[in-house]
Ligand binder design. Structure first.
Ligand code: ZN
Length: 62
């Protein structure tokens, strides 16, 4: 776990935007607006770009 913050591009969420659980982790090595995040509590997967467009949320299952 040596994820370094990158000012300007880092959009790492502190909590799940859906259930507010802090148990979120990324599925990607790079952290940017298109990085997908997964909530370990509710199972939602999202990225910052999708959130900013507002409204539509989609659940991806692997
Ligand atoms: Zn959640």
């Amino acid at each position: 776990m040596n994820r370094l913050p990158q000012p300007g591009t880092t959009v790492a969420p502190k909590a799940c935007p859906f259930c507010r659980s802090p148990d979120v982790k990324t599925t990607s090595k790079d952290v940017n607006v298109s990085t997908y995040w997964r909530c370990l509590a509710c199972g939602q997967i999202w990225n910052a770009d999708r959130l900013q467009r507002g409204g539509r949320t989609q659940t991806y299952r692997y």
